[in-house]
Design a protein around this ligand. Structure first.
Ligand code: TRP
Ligand code: ZN
Length: 878
């Protein structure tokens, strides 16, 4: 808990460190009550710094002693306060030794050294190391670490830290020790240790240069049979980075540990990744396809950080997207290469549009390189990660594969071992390609999703087709009148037969079927020549820039693109645009008190997609997915949750009834025989099958019965969860029985129970909030476990708009209580929950008042700076 009005940290105040730390020797005496940490730091003045006093970070440390060059320091040479140890007049170069006592057993914030179940583990990014010992806890101070761990041997047989193992042995009193050396300099946020009673599976990988790396995945004993997929993913990731980026691993061992209590997905600590067990453990009967794909992606992500994050790190936390944006782009491409590229892109864009666009339009909007923050933990956002990845993707596409590889080679060569900025990254892209990427920088500096309005004009005589683009970037808190961005728009002109026309951008110029238009001005026109017939333009193919594009397509044009666009992404996007229009039209009809109707041809277009034998099942499933309430709401003046919900349910049931025969046939044809396989083809078939089941369930009792049958078959967790979610959502007669059955099967598996909590929290039933409250008392629930909080409370607040936004404000009141209850224990997770209220201005007056009242009540109380920042900015920013 911090003082009422916390300090804002600004990028413009960045100063290089006055001192550097060359080596770090740590020694941990791990105990149930009070752990002792002895540290020995070799410090020297930074030639780039100003010298003077040296302020080391430290929070919640109980000092035992401090020595400078071997002698106890006298009181007039240092000061200790709540958050620092200041040496008033340190020499040029010296050794600082200290001992402190910390209390991991009391650490509920899960930052620094803490206990999870029976083990000790750490989470230091971004500023957790200062809760372990005195240090310059900032990413531009990189040092070589040696770590000695000592603990009870029976309770903690496994002792791990970063780098390579050096020695280990037994000690008196049933204790033992291990020493780890990390030869590669790293910032403190990459430090990690783990001690516990763990089992491991082992494999190895040989790098192109001939190094053999021992790979181990450590888990609690009961989970040892759920590790194979993660190990396979790791080996695939290592090979992929060698092939695609020429990067290989640099230590003798690579260890991954799964822990149950973890604030985020996983952490890339050098040589010792710590993972939320959700992103490691998978077996056909316990994990869904989404879980399998999530594990592959996150294992890849953390592995890729070894080069993009660890060897080349961030100068300061404003540069977070340097490592996160690039690494997300890398993991997206890895997943695309391992699986179904087209589907992966659609899913990434669906997520970006539904959640990152919302953040970019909220009071919390910030550039991918923010210029101020109160609490850096609040900036591990979709903007920094996902929009950051889009910005890297645009550069990769502008350069093309060869030049992009040349540019990344340059980046790795030029900056290895350094702590750098996003400008350094863009400079490598520019230097290697010779391209002027000056305007690219705006994407890093300004928040908000650019709007691009497009108009067209066809001249049959001149055989020209003109496209006029107008771009604008909306105002966001603290930023107005933004300059035009560099926006690449990949464009094709589709002729009547469905083929792309071969056209040129200059009369008589070279023709091509696809052009990348690089917008640089507020308004810009392109004229295509040699256009023999009036085309339908296919714009922003592959989602070539993270913008909102607005072109006045006729419904017929969209149906035409759905059927014919050579770009798979745009076939899907045409369907999304069409359905979005249909649904928004239905909401209007609902508000006007008239019958909800679907325009002619729309159901036919769906029927055609469903019956298209050429199309991959996974892509058909994406086409048939209705846009979310959250995404649709962004196209309304005032979000009408009830109207949107009713429109979606009405359309869903209509499709279910109209296409009943085709849906039933498809469902039957997609039944799978044999063992569960998480291959792209099998995943795609299940995804279509379960999408179809959703329509069938909403249309008839027979459909509901199919859900029950699919649940009872227990073929794999994907099918079980798809059926369970549909059953839990409605008034199915077997609802309670099925939920009870699931609970009794899985009561001892924490991750599977999260799914059970989740489907109940997301149910549209009117009794959901009462049910959620009751489930908080369930023996498997705990407010101290972030996965549980996300599964029950996070799911209710973020994935159940109908019930969270109940008109009586009960959802908001519930959230307020949970935030205030959680904040003292775990401010990071509490602050994430508050975000559900940040877009309060988007709702009707009554809901606005209720949401605002909750935010005001929160800032009026003494809360953490994490929660304070989100709540106060939500109230201020408009
Ligand atoms: N760097 C981690 C990642 O790539 C993010 C992370 C893990 C994190 N744990 C955290 C960030 C705790 C803040 C706090 O995905
Ligand atoms: Zn990351």
């Amino acid at each position: 808990m911090k003082e009422a009005s916390p300090r804002t940290i600004r990028l413009k105040d960045y100063q290089p460190p006055d001192y550097l730390i060359e080596t770090v020797d740590l020694s941990f005496d791990l105990r149930e009550q009070g752990t002792r940490v002895v540290s020995r730091l070799a410090i020297k003045r930074n030639p780039q710094g100003k010298g003077g006093a040296l302020k080391l970070n430290g929070e919640g440390l109980e000092p035992v002693w401090t020595r400078l060059n071997g002698s106890e320091m006298s009181a007039d040479h240092y000061r200790i306060d709540e958050e620092s140890l200041t040496l008033l007049d340190p020499p040029e170069a010296f050794v600082l030794e200290s001992e402190v006592i910390i209390a991991p057993e009391k650490n509920t914030a899960l930052e620094g050294l803490y206990r999870s179940g029976g083990m000790f583990c750490t989470q230091c990014e971004p500023e957790g190391f200062r809760k372990i010992t005195w240090f310059l806890d900032r990413p531009d101070v990189m040092a070589c670490f040696t770590v000695r761990l000592e603990a009870d041997k029976a309770q903690y047989p496994v002792l791990l830290s970063n780098g390579n193992p050096r020695e280990s042995g037994d000690l008196a009193d049933g204790r033992h020790y291990a020493v780890w050396d990390d030869p590669i300099p790293k910032p403190s946020y990459l430090f990690a240790l783990v001690a516990g009673d763990l089992r491991y599976i082992e494999d190895s990988h040989s790098t192109p240069s001939g190094r053999t790396v021992q790979l181990r995945l450590y888990v609690e004993p009961e989970n040892i049979d759920k590790c194979d997929h993660a190990m396979r993913s790791l080996i695939n990731a290592m090979r992929w980075d060698e092939e695609k980026y020429g990067r290989e691993y640099d230590l003798d061992v690579y260890n991954v540990v799964a822990v149950n209590d973890f604030n985020m997905g996983a952490m890339e600590n050098k040589g010792l990744n710590v993972f939320n067990s959700k992103y490691v453990l998978a077996r056909a009967d316990t994990a869904t396809d989404t879980d399998f794909l999530g594990i592959e992606g996150v294992i890849g992500h953390e592995y890729f950080h070894n080069w993009t994050g660890n060897r080349i790190t961030c100068r300061d936390w404003f540069q977070l997207s340097l490592k996160e944006g690039f690494t997300v782009f890398r993991d997206q491409e890895f997943s695309a290469d391992m699986g179904a590229r087209g589907v992966k892109r659609i899913e990434d864009v669906r997520m970006l549009r539904a959640h990152q666009f919302a953040e970019d339009a909220s009071p919390m909007a910030h550039p991918i390189r923010p210029d101020s923050y109160i609490e850096i933990n609040n900036f591990y956002t979709l903007t920094v990660y996902e929009k950051g990845a889009e910005v890297v993707r645009m550069q990769a596409n502008l350069l093309g594969p060869e030049l992009f590889r040349k540019a990344t080679d340059l980046y790795f060569e030029r900056h290895d071992g350094q702590a750098v900025t996003t400008e350094d990254f863009v400079r490598c892209m520019a230097d290697a390609s010779g391209k002027d990427l000056g305007q690219m920088q705006h994407w890093y500096d300004y928040a908000g999703t650019p709007q691009v309005k497009v108009q067209s004009e066809y001249d049959p005589e001149a055989q020209t087709f003109a496209l006029t683009f107008e771009q604008s970037v909306p105002d966001t808190p603290g930023q107005t009148n933004k300059p035009p961005f560099l926006i690449p728009i990949v464009t094709g002109l589709v002729g009547a037969d469905g083929d792309d026309l071969s056209v040129s951008l200059e009369a008589g110029g070279e023709t091509a079927t696809e052009h990348t238009l690089q917008l640089t001005q507020a308004k810009q026109q392109y004229v295509f020549h040699g256009v023999a017939q009036k085309p339908v333009p296919s714009l922003l193919r592959g989602f070539s820039a993270p913008v909102n594009l607005d072109y006045g397509y006729a419904d017929d044009d969209l149906m035409f693109l759905m059927a014919h666009d050579s770009d798979g992404f745009n076939r899907w996007d045409a369907a999304q645009t069409l359905v979005r229009r249909v649904l928004l039209g239905m909401v209007q009809q609902y508000q006007d008190g008239v019958e909800m109707l679907v325009p002619d041809g729309v159901l036919e277009a769906f029927r055609r997609s469903l019956l298209d034998e050429q199309a991959q099942p996974a892509l058909v499933a994406e086409v048939l997915a209705l846009p979310s309430i959250g995404y649709l709401g962004d196209f309304m003046e005032t979000v009408d949750i009830d109207g949107l919900h009713l429109a979606r349910e009405t359309l869903r049931a209509m499709i279910g009834r109209e296409l009943d025969r085709e849906l039933n046939d498809t469902y039957a044809a997609l039944q799978e025989a044999g063992e569960y396989q998480p291959t792209p083809q099998a995943i795609g078939r299940r995804s279509l099958k379960n999408r179809v089941l959703g329509y069938l369930a909403s249309a008839s009792l027979a459909g509901e019965e199919l859900c029950r049958q699919q649940y009872l078959a227990q073929h794999n967790m994907t099918d079980v969860m798809a059926a369970l979610a549909l059953i839990a959502d409605g008034d199915h007669a077997a609802r309670e029985e099925v939920l009870a059955d699931f609970e009794s099967r899985w009561r001892r598996d924490a991750l599977v129970m999260d799914k059970w909590f989740g489907v109940q929290a997301m149910s549209n039933r009117s009794d959901t909030l009462d049910r959620v409250k009751a489930l908080m008392q369930h023996h498997a629930f705990s407010m101290h476990n972030p996965n549980k909080v996300r599964a029950l409370i996070g799911a209710f607040a973020n994935a159940n708009p109908v019930r969270f936004h109940a008109a009586d404000g009960s959802g908001y009141e519930f959230l307020k209580k949970r935030v205030l209850e959680l904040d003292p224990a775990n401010p990071q997770i509490a602050a994430r929950l508050v975000r559900a209220l940040s877009r309060w201005r988007r709702y009707d007056e009554d809901r606005q008042a209720k949401m605002r009242a909750v935010l005001e009540a929160i800032v009026a109380i003494k809360v953490s700076k994490d929660v304070y920042e989100i709540a106060s900015k939500s109230l201020d920013g408009g």
